[in-house]
Design a protein around this ligand. Sequence first.
Ligand SMILES: [Zn+2]
Length: 113
Amino acid sequence: MSALPPCPQCSSEYTYQDGALLVCPECAHEWSAGETAESAETDKVIRDSVGNPLQDGDTVTVIKDLKVKGSSLVVKVGTKVKNIRLVDGDHDIDCKIDGIGAMKLKSEFVKKA
Ligand SMILES: [Zn+2]
């Protein structure tokens, strides 16, 4: 219950929920929880190098040679990567590459195939 927003009218932190409404015990202000709740549903769209939105399961092509961290392997430009999985972070694509194994890529270095 600590996640309730403070009262928009008097900034009291002692708000409580009453059904679909939030109630402030200090100024008796009532408001709907949806009005102040931030839209946490906004999914971040991950796009490839040319702006195509990417989805889990997509096949992408690597657009530049990428060194694999901690090894001498290089993912060559033009490598096809199947069945990508989008993740949060600096490297936003989780995938498995033939001959290399599981690794993470940056969406800016791939193009949807
Ligand atoms: Zn209030």
